[in-house]
Design a protein around this ligand. Structure first.
Ligand code: 13P
Length: 238
């Protein structure tokens, strides 16, 4: 099970450190196979000394080691903090920041070459969901065009755009159906994301083929995030 927190544009360097240390303290007291991922703002990355089940990763990077890309961060800068996990294809980057499929693919190939864990996000907007499950799957499969689904450090996050930051979680049936169809061709961990909360995380983790969650808003306090890790630990004991 993977429980991941995407900080988006939240937390400072100081509060990120406090968060990471609190999670570390919680995890070190337990003995479980749950993997935690924390994606802070780039300015808050650091050489955190944490348990091997916790990775502090990058929300974004430019597909280069270094170079002249004003305002961007390359792998040389990420490696300074031993970043070993990256998010690619998040809907906010696709739709708000207008990142193209071409750039997303370049990022994927570059991160793969670097050998880091890739948490690759896919998901459909509302009008596609309204057109039914076949339209959803056609849309999602298109987002995988060119992506090497056999990359051994690949993790997939299914995050319907209309469920992100809206308080609207996809129904368990909808999540189940999408994960089932993804599972037919993908043998990698499959996460769900989109308005996951402490109250519903247990039920979501119970869904067949669900290997974890990628959480925004409801994971931004260490207390809540640790509760979600705890729910995954309980799920693993079933
Ligand atoms: P929310 O949990 O705020 O809906 O965000 C989900 C998300 O975008 C995680 O990457």
């Amino acid at each position: 099970m993977i429980i991941a927190s995407n900080f988006k544009t939240n937390h400072t360097r100081k509060s990120t450190r406090e968060f990471v240390l609190q999670v570390e303290e919680f995890v070190s007291k337990t003995d479980s196979s749950v993997q935690a991922r924390i994606y802070p703002a780039a300015t808050a990355l650091d050489n955190f000394e944490v348990d091997s089940s916790i990775k502090v990763g990058a929300q974004n990077f430019y597909p280069t080691c270094k170079g002249s890309y004003t305002g961007e961060i390359g792998f040389e800068q990420l490696q300074e903090f031993e970043v070993d996990s990256v998010l690619i294809g998040h809907s906010e980057r696709r739709y708000v920041l207008k990142e193209s499929s071409e750039l997303i693919l370049k990022k994927f190939d570059f991160a793969k070459e670097q050998g880091v864990e890739i948490l690759f996000c896919v998901g459909e907007p509302k009008e596609i969901r309204e057109a039914g499950i076949d339209a959803v799957m056609a849309y999602v499969w298109k987002q995988f065009d060119g992506i090497d689904l056999d990359y051994d450090r690949l993790v997939i996050a299914y995050e319907p755009v209309w469920a992100i930051g809206t308080g609207l979680t996809a129904s368990n049936e909808d999540i189940k159906e999408v994960l089932k169809r993804l599972r037919e061709s993908i043998q990698k961990p499959l996460l769900y994301g989109g308005s996951v909360k402490v109250d519903n995380v247990g039920d979501i983790l119970d869904i067949e083929n669900c290997d974890g969650v990628l959480v925004g808003t409801a994971s931004w306090t260490a207390e809540a995030f640790c509760k979600m890790i705890e729910a995954a630990q309980k799920n693993g004991e079933k």
